[in-house]
Each structure stands twice: as C-alpha cells, then as structure tokens.
Design a protein around this ligand. Structure first.
Ligand code: HEM
Ligand SMILES: *[C@@H]1O[C@H](CO)[C@@H](O)[C@H](O)[C@H]1NC(C)=O
Ligand SMILES: *[C@@H]1O[C@H](CO)[C@@H](O)[C@H](O)[C@H]1NC(C)=O
Length: 468
C-alpha cells in the first residue's frame, strides 16, 4: 500500500513538474478558443519523421496537403511544426509578419558556418549585415565582374571538353570559383586552392557524426574551420596594409567599422555555403532539362548565337568579344529556362522558421516555439497556380507569375541577396555552353537523389564535346 501510494505520488508530481507548463499553455489557448491547424502529430518525439524520411519528402508533403489542406500540423525530429503551402500564408510568415517568425537551423549548421552568420539572426544585426551583403551583390556591383565570371566559365568548359564528367561536381567548382571572385575580387586566385581544400574538409565533417575525437571526420573539419579563419585573417591584414580600393563583399564588410574579424569570417563562410551547391544544382538540372527538350535547347542556342552576331560589327579588338551586363539582359528565352528550372526542380523545397510567440493565423493558433515551414515546392507545383505542374515548359513564364506564387529565392527580410549573381553566372555559362558545345547524358537519368536537396541521380554524368 505504502509503496503504491509513493509511486503514485511521485508519478503525479512528475506529471505536474513536467507537464504543467504545457497544460497551462493548452488551457490558455483553449481560453482564446483557438484550435491548432488540422493534421496528426504521430508518435511523441519520433513524430512523423519516419514517414518523412522513408520516402521522397515531396510525396509526404503532397499527401498531407491533399488530406488536410494547405495549412497542417505535424511532428518531425522532436519538433511540432506547422507546414504552409499557399501564397497568402507564405506572405504572412516571410513578409508581413516576418518579425514573429525567426530563422532556425540545426545546431550542426551553426557550428559549421559560425554563430554570427547572417542566416541565424533577426533584428538590428541582421539588418546591418544584409545591407553590406546587398551592396556587394546588387546589379550595380555584379555588373563589374561579368567579364571575370566569363573567364571562369570558359576555363571550366574547356577543362570538361572531351571527358566524361559528373555535372554537379564540376558545376560546384565553377560556382565556388565565382563565389570567391565575388567575395575577394581577383585577389582570390592566390588563396583559391587553400580555401577550397579547407572548405571541402569542413563540409564533409559537418555532415558526419559530431564526435570530436582525433581522427574523426568531425575533428578534421573543426581543424579546417580554424584554418579557414586563419587564411581569412591573413587576407584581412594584407588588405589593411595595402589600403587598395575594392568593390567586393570583403570590402563591403571591412568598410563597416562595426564588424569584428570573427563576424566577417562567419559570414564569408556563410556566403560560400549559400552560393555554391544551390547554384550548382540548378545548373545541373538545366543541363538535364535542356538535354531532354531539344526544341527548347535549339531556341536557347539561337538566342545566344544572336548575341554573338550582334557584336560582330563592334570595333573592339580580338577575335572573341566579351559579354556585358547589357548582353545578359537580352536573353529572355534563356532566362525563362532558368525560371522554369527553378520552379520544377525547386531545389530548396522549403525553409524553416520558429514562432517567437503565440500567433493567430486564419483562426488557427501557431504556438510559440513551434516550427513553421513554408513549402515552396508545393506552391510551385500547385496545379491551380501552374497548370500541368510536372511539365517542363519555359513559355509559362512569358506571363509574370503572381506575387508569392514563385519564390525560388524566398521573399521578405531573409530573401536571397545573391539572386542577381546566381542568375548572371548561370546565363554566362549557358551562353558559352550552348554556342560552342554539345553534351550527351550517360546512363539512366530518371532517378532523383536528395543530398540534401534534389539532384539528378549520380549528379548527372555527361560527355561534353566541342561543336566544330
Ligand atoms: C540558384 C541559386 C540560389 C538559390 C535557389 C537561392 C535561394 C535562397 C533562398 C530561398 C533563400 C532564403 C531562405 C529563407 O528565407 O529561409 C536564400 C538566402 C540567402 N542566399 Fe541564396 N540562393 C541561391 C544562390 C545564392 C548566391 C549565389 C548567394 C551569394 C552570392 C546567396 C546568398 C544567400 C544569403 C547570404 C542568404 C541569407 C539571407 C538572409 O538570411 O538574410 N544565394 N537563398
Ligand atoms: C554588320 O555589318 C554587315 C555588313 O558589314 C551588315 O550586313 C549587318 O547588318 C551588320 N550587323 C549588325 C548587327 O549591325
Ligand atoms: C514578396 O511579397 C511582396 C508582398 O506581398 C510581393 O509584392 C512580391 O511580389 C513578393 N515577391 C515574390 C517573389 O513573390
């Protein structure tokens, strides 16, 4: 008897200690008569993580949308969350009520990039960083590096000629080199190989188990992170001595006296992270879709050949003319191919936010601390917005999409500041690729892998040859 009442007593005190806060919150919300969005939370802790990871994540999201509508709750990796997949809700979370939803990332990403990187912040520090980043990547700035991007594109293509290549791997090298150019200007060639070596070790380790013992991948990547910071410190001190005029991202960061060297380092590693794999996987998808759609490829090739022709009479010397910013604005067909690829492939299927307090949306409660995921891919694949959504059809972008229906670069306070650079480097590469080369895909190309975003199976092996 004694024992049973003791067990009962401790059991009930456990209930009170552990569940009282959530009970109170529950009654508080019920008091306001607000229901949670529809959906199921699955098993405690594990939630619906298995369903999510046991299949193509987009199938999981799409089946939920079908069952519960465009706003539903679920539970992944121990976190209750609300997923949203309509333009109005995305606008609410990302744009008009952005201050109620802070960015949130797994701890491993914070360790890799550094706590001070732009993605993790909200408020004054974020606003200040964003200004500095936008200054370096706005059209007026990227305009100045078109011909340098072009040299990198031509070198890359030349190095692939006549070989069997893994498109994604080679595109990563291209987008890495363009990212370094935009960060350090032409000074980067000096440090390119060291930076590349460290960055590749860093990312490998952070996708492995976080066990910090000598010999583990994780340990090596922590060392690589330190070495990266040392290389950056060297670049910073050289620049401070030379006092030359630069217009790149590093100059923008250094021009603000309020940023510490550590903040600069975290944000430079952050920009490389944001710029490289994203742009490389979009380029990989473009090669796949162009390879599968010969009439679209023909139209792109003709548009790009017309640009070469239009420059034949200009008086500048040399047998090949360089591309200008103005040329990049005369590529409407190629631009629509990029847009349609961004839509169909939707490489960033969704983003993460966290409610900073209880928020009411359309009669539902989104409780404080819950994750909120705008599902870009589902919006981009909604048949009401994009008829026959699985079809690759660049002509659908002849009419501009409605606000918040097409957000490959996000929207609002955290929208991608690198989108102009990303589009420019894709156009420049496609100009030289389509006018001088042909390529054929090798092996079966129907599969998709998730690593962590969607990519053609095996990174799209191709053979590239010169046209004439
Ligand atoms: C096609 C390639 C790219 C795609 C699809 C893409 C997409 C995105 C998206 C969707 C976001 C917003 C994420 C969110 O709201 O949670 C974002 C943020 C960001 N992107 Fe990109 N991006 C690309 C290329 C680049 C490039 C080339 C750079 C740099 C040169 C870059 C730098 C950034 C930065 C710094 C942020 C964080 C902004 C902030 O938190 O305020 N991105 N990107
Ligand atoms: C270039 O010059 C040729 C003759 O010299 C002329 O026929 C052609 O129309 C010119 N093209 C452009 C784009 O000006
Ligand atoms: C972002 O949101 C604003 C306000 O709703 C809208 O005007 C704009 O078109 C949106 N941008 C995109 C890319 O949808």
């Amino acid at each position: 008897m004694e024992l049973i009442s003791m067990i009962f007593f401790s059991f009930s005190s456990i209930i009170i200690i552990f569940f009282l806060p959530s009970l109170l919150k529950f009654f508080a919300s019920v008091g306001r008569n607000l229901p949670l969005p529809p959906g199921s939370l699955g098993w405690p802790y594990i939630g619906e993580t298995f369903q999510l990871y046991s299949q193509n994540p987009n199938v999981f999201f799409a089946s939920k949308v079908k069952r519960y509508g465009s706003i539903f709750k679920t539970h992944i990796l121990g976190c209750p969350c609300v997923m949203i997949s309509n333009p109005e809700a995305a606008k609410f979370v990302l744009v008009t009520r952005a201050h109620l939803f802070k960015p949130t990332f797994p701890a491993s990403k914070e360790r890799m990039l550094g706590k001070q990187a732009i993605f993790f912040h909200q408020g004054d520090y974020h606003t200040k960083l964003r200004k500095l980043v936008l200054r370096a990547f706005m059209p007026e700035s990227v305009k100045n590096i078109v011909s340098d991007i072009e040299s990198i594109a031509k070198d890359s293509l030349q190095s692939w000629e006549g070989r069997l290549i893994t498109t994604f791997q080679e595109m990563k090298t291209y987008t890495f080199n363009v990212a370094l150019l935009s960060i350090f200007g032409k000074d980067e060639v000096l440090y390119r190989e060291d930076l590349k070596r460290c960055y590749y070790i860093l990312e490998k380790g952070y996708n492995s188990m976080p066990i910090n013992l000598p010999g583990t991948l994780f340990h090596k990547s922590m060392k690589a992170r330190k070495e990266l910071a040392q290389i950056l410190a060297k670049i910073l001190s050289t620049r401070r001595e030379m006092k030359l005029d630069h217009t790149d991202l590093l100059a923008s960061f250094m021009g603000d006296k309020g940023l510490t060297d550590e903040q600069i380092a975290d944000n430079i590693i952050g920009v490389i992270f944001a710029a490289r794999d994203t742009t490389a996987s979009v380029l990989t998808w473009i090669l796949k879709y162009l390879g599968e759609n010969p009439t679209v490829l023909q139209a792109v090739t003709e548009e790009q050949e017309a640009i070469i022709k239009s420059k034949e009479n200009t008086s500048s010397g040399g047998d090949e003319k360089v591309l200008s910013w103005a040329d990049s604005k005369k590529m409407p067909i190629t631009s629509r191919v990029i847009q349609e690829t961004l839509r169909v492939a939707s490489i960033l299927s969704f983003t993460f936010r966290e409610a900073v307090k209880d928020v009411e949306y359309q009669g539902y409660l989104i409780p404080k601390g819950w994750k909120v995921l705008p599902l870009f891919r589902n919006i981009h694949h909604s048949p009401e917005i994009f008829p026959d959504p699985e079809k690759f059809d660049p002509s659908r972008f002849e009419v501009a999409p409605k606000p918040n229906t097409f957000m490959p670069f996000g929207n609002g306070t955290h929208a991608c500041p690198g989108n102009e650079l990303a589009k420019l480097e894709m156009l420049v590469l496609l100009h030289h690729l389509t006018t001088k080369y042909r390529w054929s895909m090798v092996g079966s190309n129907s599969g998709i892998q998730y690593a962590p975003f969607a990519l053609p199976q095996n990174g799209l092996p191709i053979i590239l040859t010169k046209k004439f």
